[in-house]
Design a protein around this ligand. Structure first.
Ligand SMILES: Cc1ncc(COP(=O)(O)O)c(C=O)c1O
Length: 441
């Protein structure tokens, strides 16, 4: 083997870490080596309370026996099965379980491996659906400012976080964006849904007037925008989007990669807000973060349109690992755990305690907003002059030093613990976070 200069197997250099300040990390690594229930363990043997469900994934807590055993057993039974023109029973079983869980007529499921793939799949299904339906001019996709829909070209295009877009040129044509709903002057310190902002959905009418409905395929939004820093929709906002889409024959896609599987207190945010989309994207909590898997829940009317087409392959799309046996086994076991532990109901019943805990941080140095819904919380800190995100990064580090993992995005600290969290662990989280905010003032 040639000596390439970094033969030390423990070198931190070769791994180009995603969405990470590589140089900072490699100068002071934060390593986790194991996890159980509500905690990670670091390489120096410290327990970290998981305030972020890893990355909004581990809704049932870490290394749950039932899920671990299901994966182990499947790996020894059916390690891999092709998904194009072949099937295996667990993919059908998981699809049926998900179809039963999904709201309304979302009775069909297409599998991918990541949230990004679910988003790109949903966007492609929308385009292909209109073409199949004799409306091939409907090719425009509408996202929302500050939206996050993963990192595929499609998801990047409909996404609305400029730092995630600006490095990648102009591949992303034929897209427009709704305004976001963040407004501190109107909504700071709202408990749950903020009162102001439903009218911002009407901007979709403006986009329809500008582009003409005959050019628009779909609108995609996160019902609660997560990665941008937790933006909660005002009451009526999502209903208005639904009404306008219906009026103009536009498909409505809810990206529930974060909000799916109990995070805000129902199986899906669509249930919680009582608004029926045409497709739902999901990932993360689908397998409790264990094996990469995503899915798109698709309405019967979309599916039936394809099935009424010419004989042959109906959709030229899919992944080598769509419906991977290990992921299906993990997904089935995860759904069992959610059901047996009543975790969606648990998130709902803990939400009032959670809300009080989050809002108890009001008045701490540099806190300018607090937001909450279900078991999601956000602390907005005043940015340091000329250094956006620097203050929240210091808070993340202080939390880490004091035994807790949180998510930092821009000037927001996002909290989204596993749904198994106890009331005393909620108090512990708030104490660690409060101390960290004070310490970094
Ligand atoms: C709403 C939403 N969509 C899509 C994605 C992308 O998922 P993945 O990172 O699995 O590709 C994310 C990830 O956080 C997300 O929050």
């Amino acid at each position: 083997m040639p000596d390439k200069g970094h033969t030390n197997v423990n070198s931190l250099e070769p791994y180009w870490m995603p969405f990470t300040n590589n140089r900072q990390f490699k100068s002071a690594p934060r390593m986790v080596v194991s996890a159980k229930d509500m905690h990670y363990v670091t390489d120096d043997g410290r327990k970290l309370l998981d305030g972020a469900s890893g990355m909004w994934c581990v809704n049932a807590g870490h290394c749950r026996d039932r899920i671990v055993e299901a994966i182990q057993q499947e790996a020894a039974t059916l390690d891999y099965a092709p998904s194009f023109q072949w099937g295996h029973p667990k993919a059908f079983e998981l699809s049926s379980r998900l179809a039963a869980l999904l709201p309304g007529n979302l009775d069909h499921v297409f599998f991918g491996n990541s949230g990004s793939e679910a988003v790109d799949t949903a966007l492609k299904i929308a385009l292909a659906y209109h073409r199949q339906n004799g409306e091939a001019t409907r090719t425009r996709l509408i996202g929302r400012e500050r939206g996050y829909h993963g990192v595929g070209i499609g998801g990047t295009a409909v996404g609305g976080i400029s730092s995630n877009r600006k490095q990648f040129g102009t591949l992303m044509a034929g897209i427009d964006h709704l305004p976001h709903t963040f407004n501190l002057a109107e909504n700071a310190y709202s408990r749950g849904q903020p009162a102001w902002g439903a009218h911002l959905a009407d901007d979709l009418e403006r986009l329809v007037a500008l582009h003409d409905a005959s050019t628009i395929a779909a609108v995609i939004v996160e019902p609660v925008a997560g990665s941008t820093g937790v933006l909660i929709p005002p009451p009526g906002y999502l209903n208005r989007l639904r009404e306008i889409c219906d009026r103009h024959g536009i498909l409505l896609i809810f990206d529930e990669v974060i909000t799916g599987f109990g995070r805000i207190g129902g199986a899906f945010a669509a249930d919680y807000f009582g608004v029926q989309p045409d497709m739902i994207t999901m990932a993360k909590g689908l397998t409790n973060g264990t094996v990469p898997m995503s899915a798109v829940g698709v309405s019967s009317s979309i599916y039936d349109t394809f099935m009424a087409g010419p004989a042959g392959i109906e959709l030229f799309h899919g992944y080598t690992y769509s419906g991977h046996p290990l992921a299906c086994a993990a997904g089935l076991a995860t759904l069992d755990v959610y059901e047996e532990d009543g975790l969606f109901e648990r998130a709902k019943s803990l939400a009032p305690k959670w809300e009080d805990a989050i809002h108890s941080l009001k008045g701490l140095p540099h806190v300018i907003d607090l937001r909450n819904i279900g078991l999601v919380g956000a602390v907005e800190l005043e940015p340091r002059d000329g250094a956006p995100g620097a203050r929240t990064f210091d808070v993340l580090m202080a939390c880490y030093e004091n035994g807790m993992m949180v998510r930092q995005t821009g000037d927001t600290i996002a909290l989204c613990p596993p749904l198994i969290i106890s009331e005393s662990q909620i108090d512990e989280m708030i104490t660690i976070l409060g101390d960290a905010i004070r310490a970094t003032a």
